[in-house]
Design a protein around this ligand. Structure first.
Ligand code: AMP
Ligand code: MG
Length: 497
């Protein structure tokens, strides 16, 4: 039963179901005391969505609350326990090593949302880590999460970036300590299920399953075959999510099972980045030496992770192992058709198709094939297609060094358009509403973070503003739609958020 507290001065009215229902999956804990906390950026629109008072939060007292220094009334801060496969290797105990779940609030739409603090100090799960986070990666998660949200891709979101006033030692020397207050529809991960499964605690696992169902799939409450139905729901959400990532060139970079949310939201922005030139082998993360989490591998890795979730649910799928494995295998086999359907639906939109033909999958794949190996910018190539509809063929040709490289494909596509009834003006507008003009370009993200590190948040704010409305091309913003200059070199990202 919800037992919301009355709103405090910040508007927080917590109802902490995780703390109440999931004994054994957390340690109650407090954030570290901050030296001199200050709000760096507050997401006022999100605060309003959550029913919070942005003016009250945008104060020194608000900063103390949002960095974990001071728990607000009704909060039940805790470090969550979870396990996880990291790059294929299993760790039975990871957990929030530098984060806390502050509590849950019910937003204005009636949805339960976690308020979570990343970088709030050491916890019993810190292992060798310092429990801290630094400003650059915190602002990076803020920016990319908001960009994903504006691209209509399910994601956790930043409520605030807070400086702690403390210097934190990182590889390149001291860096400003910071905390990200983030909001998620839950922080249940594949790794959360793996935690109890690895310990053979079946009763607890059942409790977790029922909790997850109540939270994300309440229509399944009490269904006798709810474990399977729930598994299918998670598979469907992930299929849709990964198709969304692929449609905008997003590479998560560290798709460990502890970084895959049951909710279907993108979670844990670490070494993620957007691809410029189309190449399925693209990897940005410095630690992903084998390319396990390369752009083109993401659907396959999702299947692998979901199979790990299915394994944890085997005891609930059937009484004997063989039957349970057969049921789980069939469920996992459901990912590919769901993913293909989601991807094709997105691709039809990107190609300006309003009807379905059997050859559409090959047509979409054909576009990627002509881009591959030619240094063609993925985002701009798709965006140029509305220009072909509106103006003429030069829009796409200009994307290729050899202007004839896409000629055959373009003929096939335009031929297909003649069999699609949409009015050209409406078609072009619909394409522009799904093919972004602006994505978080790596060189721009880096420049914004570098300036922020020197105390100038102007480039960050401008970039955030551009990315908040990614589908509407605006005059004067051409630089935001350009791929990185040659001098930017090969981009590498790091996990050390
Ligand atoms: P991530 O790769 O960010 O998803 O983190 C993987 C695991 O490492 C999680 O259990 C984190 O809590 C933990 N971790 C990452 N950085 C730190 C840190 N600075 N201090 C303590 N734990 C950390
Ligand atoms: Mg993580």
């Amino acid at each position: 039963m919800p037992s919301q507290t009355t709103p405090d001065a910040f508007g927080f009215a917590f109802d902490n179901s995780y703390a109440r229902d999931l004994d054994g999956l957390y340690v109650s804990w407090q954030g570290a005391k901050a030296v001199d906390p200050a709000i760096v950026r507050l997401n006022r629109a999100l605060a309003a969505e959550l029913g919070l008072d942005a003016d009250a939060l945008d104060t020194p007292e608000g900063a103390r609350v949002l960095c974990g220094d001071t728990a607000p009334k009704g909060a039940a801060p805790l470090a969550m326990a979870y396990a996880g496969h990291q790059f294929g290797g299993f760790s039975p105990q990871l957990g929030d090593g530098r984060a806390l779940l502050l509590g849950e609030v019910i937003d204005r739409a009636g949805q339960r949302r976690d308020i979570h603090l990343k970088g709030s100090g050491r916890t019993p799960f810190s292992r060798g880590g310092d429990g801290k986070a630094v400003l650059g990666p915190i602002l990076r998660e803020y920016l990319i999460g908001e960009a994903m949200h504006a691209l209509h891709i399910p994601t956790t979101r930043a409520l605030a970036a807070v400086r702690t006033g403390e210097a934190v030692l990182r590889e390149n020397g001291p860096a400003p300590g910071a905390v990200l207050a983030r909001v998620a529809s839950s922080h249940l991960r594949v790794g959360t299920f793996q935690f109890f499964a690895a310990r053979g605690e079946q009763d607890k696992l059942q409790q977790l399953l029922d909790y997850a169902i109540a939270r994300h799939d309440p229509d399944l409450i009490g269904a006798p075959d709810r474990a399977l139905l729930f598994l299918n729901r998670v598979i469907a959400r992930q299929a849709k999510l990964i198709a969304g990532w692929m449609s905008v060139g997003f590479i998560h970079g560290v798709m460990n099972t502890d970084n895959m949310a049951i909710s279907g939201e993108t979670i844990d922005y670490g070494p993620c980045a957007f691809m410029d030139a189309y190449d399925p082998a693209t990897v940005f993360s410095s630690i992903d030496r084998q390319g396990r989490y390369a752009y083109g591998n993401q659907p396959g890795i999702a299947v692998w992770n979901l199979a790990r979730l299915a394994e944890t649910l085997l005891p609930f799928l059937a009484d004997d192992d063989d039957t349970a494995i057969a049921i789980a295998t069939e469920a996992i086999g459901g990912f590919a058709p769901l993913y293909d359907a989601a991807w094709l639906r997105l691709m039809r939109g990107k190609l300006g198709l309003t009807t379905a033909e059997a050859g559409d999958m090959a047509l979409a794949q054909g576009f990627l094939a002509v881009m591959e190996g030619k240094g063609v910018d993925f985002t701009n190539a798709f965006r140029s297609l509305s220009g072909v509809v509106n103006v003429g063929p030069t829009a796409l040709r200009a994307q290729f060094t050899d202007p004839d490289a896409a000629r055959d494909w373009q003929n096939a596509w335009q031929d297909r358009l003649t069999r699609d009834p949409a009015d050209p003006v409406k078609r072009a507008a619909a394409m522009d509403a799904v093919n972004p003009a602006y994505i978080p370009r790596n060189h721009l993200v880096e420049a914004a973070l570098e300036a922020a590190g020197l105390g100038d948040l102007t480039p960050f704010d401008r970039l955030l503003d551009v990315l908040s409305d990614p589908f509407k091309a605006r005059p004067g913003l051409q630089a935001y739609a350009q791929p990185a200059p040659e001098s930017f070199g090969n981009y590498q990202t790091f996990c050390g958020t």
